[in-house]
Design a protein. Structure first.
Length: 364
C-alpha cells in the first residue's frame, strides 16, 4: 500500500459473535440514590434530526426499548431543539411513565441576551419549552449543561429546587462540571436544604480518563450516578481508525469534523499512545469475538461508579452493535491490560508519590 494511503477495512458482521436477530436485554442500575432504575446504557440523541431523520430516530428508539432500554438523554440545543421534538413525537405514542427522560439547559437557545446561561429567567423559560417539545408533563432528570461563570450558583440551585417542588422536574443533575464546581454545588444544596444533584454527566472513556482524578471519587462519595458521554472517545475506539491512515475516513464523526475545517479531533489523538491502545483493544476484542467498540464499552460498564454510558448512534445497525457490549464481561486480566494501555499521564497531586504521601503512616 502506498505511503499515506487510507486503508478502508470493511466491517465483517459474520466474524463477530453476536446475533442481531436475538435482542440483548440490558440490565438496569440505580441512578445514584434516587431510587430510579435506568438501563445500563443511555440512548444519546444528539444525532436526531440531523444524521438521523425523524423516522430513523423513531426506529432507533424502538430498537433501544426492545433491548430493555428506558433511559433517554437529550438537550434543548441538540440539532436546534429538533432532538427534543422528535423524542416528543415518539413519546406521545408510548407509556410515558416507563421511560426516564433526561434533558439539559444552559447553552444559547436564541439571539436574546438572556437566552443563555443558568439564570432563573433562562431556566424557567427553558424548562417550559422543553416540556412542550417533549410532549410530557415532567422531566425525570433536568441537567445543567455546563457551569455558568456569570450566574450566582445559589440562584441556579434555588431555581432548580423550585422546579422539583412544582413537580415539573423529578431530579436534577450536572454536566461538564469540574471537581470543585460539583462539590461546591453539592455542599451549597445541603447547607440551604435544596434539591441536590443526583447525577453527573461527563466525558469518560479509554481515551479520556481524567474524569477519574476528581469527578468519579466525588460521585462515589456523594452518591451521584455517573453518565458517561462519548464512551467511544469521539469515535476513536469504534474500530474505524488505523495507524496507516493519513486522514480519518469519510462518514465518521472525526472525518466530518476534519472536512469542516476542525482538525483538532484528529490531531489531538493521532499519536503513538493512541495507536498502541487501539492495538491492545483490537487484540482483546478479536480474542473474544467482539468488536473494538463493544470491548471499549464493556470496559466502561465495569468501572466503579459508572451508571450508564451514553450511546450516540446514527442508525439501528450501529445501536445493535453497541448494545452487544452488554451481557458479557471482560476478564480481570483484560481489564488490567486496557487500564495499563490507557493510563493517563499525571503529575502532582494525582501521581503515585502524592498518593503515597497521603497514606504515609496510615497503611493497614
Amino acid at each position: 500500500m502506498p505511503r499515506g494511503a487510507v486503508q478502508h477495512i470493511p466491517f465483517r458482521r459474520d466474524f463477530y459473535q453476536f446475533d442481531i436477530a436475538t435482542p440483548i436485554k440490558m440490565n438496569h442500575r440505580y441512578l445514584g440514590r434516587t431510587g430510579l432504575k435506568v438501563s445500563e446504557f443511555c440512548l444519546g440523541t444528539m444525532t436526531f434530526g440531523e444524521a438521523a431523520s425523524e423516522s430513523e430516530s423513531h426506529g432507533i428508539l424502538d430498537k433501544f426499548v426492545a433491548n430493555g432500554g428506558n433511559f433517554i438523554d437529550t438537550a434543548d440545543v441538540y440539532t436546534g431543539s429538533k432532538s427534543e421534538s422528535i423524542i416528543g413525537s415518539w413519546l406521545k405514542k408510548q407509556d410515558r411513565d416507563q421511560f426516564v427522560i433526561a434533558t439539559k439547559v444552559r447553552f444559547p437557545t436564541g439571539k436574546g441576551p438572556n437566552d443563555v446561561g443558568l439564570s432563573r429567567k433562562h431556566i424557567m423559560k427553558g424548562v417550559r419549552e422543553s416540556l412542550k417539545r417533549l410532549n410530557t408533563d415532567y422531566i425525570d432528570l433536568y441537567q445543567v449543561h455546563a457551569w455558568d461563570p456569570a450566574t450566582n450558583l445559589e440562584e441556579t440551585l434555588r431555581a432548580l429546587d423550585r422546579l422539583v417542588e412544582e413537580g415539573l422536574v423529578h431530579n436534577i443533575g450536572a454536566s461538564n462540571f469540574k471537581g470543585w464546581q460539583l462539590q461546591k454545588a453539592i455542599d451549597m444544596s445541603r447547607e440551604l436544604g435544596l434539591a441536590s444533584f443526583a447525577s453527573l454527566q461527563a466525558q469518560y472513556s479509554l481515551i479520556c480518563r481524567a474524569t477519574e482524578f476528581e469527578l468519579l471519587p466525588i460521585c462515589r462519595n456523594e452518591g451521584l450516578g455517573q453518565i458517561s458521554w462519548s464512551p467511544l472517545g469521539r469515535g476513536w475506539l469504534s474500530g474505524k481508525y488505523k495507524k496507516e491512515m493519513s486522514e480519518p475516513p469519510a462518514n465518521t464523526r472525526i472525518g466530518d469534523a476534519v472536512r469542516q475545517g476542525n482538525r483538532e479531533r484528529w490531531e489531538a489523538n493521532n499519536n503513538e499512545k493512541t495507536w498502541s491502545l487501539l492495538e491492545v483493544l483490537r487484540e482483546i476484542a478479536d480474542a473474544r469475538g467482539k468488536t473494538a467498540a463493544q470491548a471499549a464499552l464493556n470496559w466502561l460498564l465495569q468501572k466503579p461508579g459508572v451508571t450508564a454510558p451514553i450511546l450516540g448512534v446514527r442508525s439501528v445497525a450501529q445501536l445493535e452493535e453497541n448494545i452487544g457490549a452488554a451481557g458479557w464481561a471482560l476478564t480481570a486480566e483484560e481489564m488490567k491490560k486496557l487500564d495499563e494501555a490507557s493510563e493517563p499521564e499525571v503529575s502532582y497531586p494525582y501521581d503515585a508519590f502524592a498518593d503515597r504521601q497521603q497514606r504515609r503512616g496510615r497503611e493497614t
